[in-house]
Design a protein around this ligand. Structure first.
Ligand code: ZN
Length: 317
C-alpha cells in the first residue's frame, strides 16, 4: 500500500445472486452455487469495508444481486430486502448495475421504483427508463453506470418497441429454439441472458465522456456485461460491445471498465490503455473464501486490492 492516503476509495462486488435456497450448480452442472452462503460473504465484505480507514466513499454493486430462483418462489422482494439491508449497514451510497438476474425477478418499471435505481439516475439528460447515469465522487473524477440490458428482451414489455427491436436482433443472430443456447452461433454472445446498449445510451455516454475529456477528469465505467473479448469468454460479452468500446476509445478519460457476469472473472489492458476488470462472482465462491475488493484512487493511478478470488491490480493513468 502507498504511504500517502488515497484521494478516495470505493468497494466493488458482483454476482451475489442470493436466494434462500439449497446450493445448486451452474448450467453444465460442474460449478457449485452457494445461494444462501452468498449473503454471509456479503456480510463479511461489508464488515471488512466498514473497518477501513479512511472510510470508503461508496460501493459499486455490479449486478445480479439476487438469483433468478427467487422469481419462481415468490421471494424476490424478500431476498432483495435482505441484500439491501446488509449493504445498508455501510453509511455510504451504493450504486447498482442491473444484471440479467435483476430482470428475471423484476420488470424495469419495478426496478425504476426500487432502491436499485439510484437517485443520481434522475439527473438531467439521462436516457429514459434506463439504469445509466454518472456522478463525480471527487474533483476531476467521474463514475459512469451503464445499462447493458437496455437492448434486451428481459424486463421489457413484450408489446414495447424496444422489446421487438431486441427480439429481432437476437433472432437474426441466434436461430436456436432456446435463445439462451449459444451452441453453433458465429457470435455466441447473442443469447437471451445478455443484452446491449441502445444508440440513445451510446450517444449519451459519448457526451458524458466528452465533458470529462474537456474537464480533465478520470473516469471509471461500470456495467454488468464485459465489453472486451480479452476480459471475457466469447459468450458473456455485451451484444454490441464494439460500440461501447469505440465510444471509450474516442476519448482520453476512461481509466477502467468494471464488469461482472462472467463468474470466474477476467482482466485485460486494451490497446488504448483502458483496464478491463471483470470481477469474480460471489455466488460461486466457497464459504471459506470471498470475492470483493477496494479500489484506492491516487493522483496517477488506481489500485485494486482484491480479497479472496479477486486479484490485486495497479491501474496507472
Ligand atoms: Zn449476469
Amino acid at each position: 500500500m502507498e504511504a500517502a492516503p488515497p484521494l478516495f476509495s470505493f468497494g466493488v462486488i458482483t454476482d451475489i445472486q442470493y436466494a434462500d435456497a439449497e446450493d445448486g450448480y451452474d448450467f453444465e452442472g460442474c460449478r457449485r452455487r452457494y445461494y444462501r452462503q452468498s449473503l454471509q460473504l456479503l456480510r463479511d465484505a461489508v464488515e471488512a469495508w466498514a473497518a477501513e480507514k479512511p472510510p470508503l466513499a461508496f460501493v459499486l454493486q455490479l449486478g445480479d444481486s439476487i438469483d433468478g430462483l427467487n422469481a419462481g418462489g415468490g421471494t424476490a422482494e424478500a431476498a432483495l430486502e435482505r441484500v439491501l439491508e446488509v449493504l445498508g449497514r455501510l453509511p455510504v451510497p451504493v450504486h447498482h448495475a442491473w444484471g440479467n438476474h435483476e430482470l428475471y425477478n423484476f420488470s424495469r418499471a419495478r426496478l425504476l421504483r426500487s432502491s436499485l435505481h439510484g437517485s443520481a439516475a434522475a439527473s438531467a439528460g439521462t436516457p429514459a427508463a434506463c439504469q445509466a447515469y454518472h456522478f463525480s465522487p471527487a474533483a476531476r473524477f467521474r463514475v459512469v453506470v451503464l445499462d447493458a440490458y437496455d437492448l434486451s428482451i428481459l424486463g421489457r414489455e413484450p408489446g414495447s418497441p424496444r422489446y421487438q427491436e431486441s427480439l429481432r436482433l437476437l433472432r437474426e443472430k441466434n436461430p436456436n429454439d432456446n435463445l439462451n443456447n449459444p451452441e453453433g452461433l458465429e457470435e455466441p454472445r447473442f443469447v437471451e441472458f445478455n443484452g446491449g446498449f441502445s444508440q440513445a445510451q451510446l450517444d449519451w455516454f459519448n457526451e458524458v465522456l466528452k465533458f470529462s475529456d474537456e474537464n480533465q477528469e478520470k473516469v471509471v465505467v461500470m456495467g454488468h456485461l464485459p465489453i472486451h473479448p480479452e476480459a471475457s469468454n466469447a459468450v458473456c460479452l455485451a451484444w454490441n460491445y464494439e460500440d461501447a468500446l469505440s465510444v471509450i476509445h474516442s476519448h482520453q478519460c476512461v481509466v477502467c471498465f468494471l464488469a461482472g457476469h462472467l463468474h470466474d472473472g477476467g482482466y485485460c489492458l486494451d490497446s488504448h490503455g483502458v483496464h478491463h476488470v471483470t470481477l469474480a462472482a460471489i455466488i460461486e465462491t466457497p464459504p471459506e473464501s470471498n470475492a470483493f475488493g477496494t479500489i484506492y484512487v491516487y493522483e496517477d493511478k488506481m489500485i485494486l486490492r482484491g480479497r479472496g478470488r479477486i486479484s490485486d491490480r495497479i491501474m496507472t493513468f
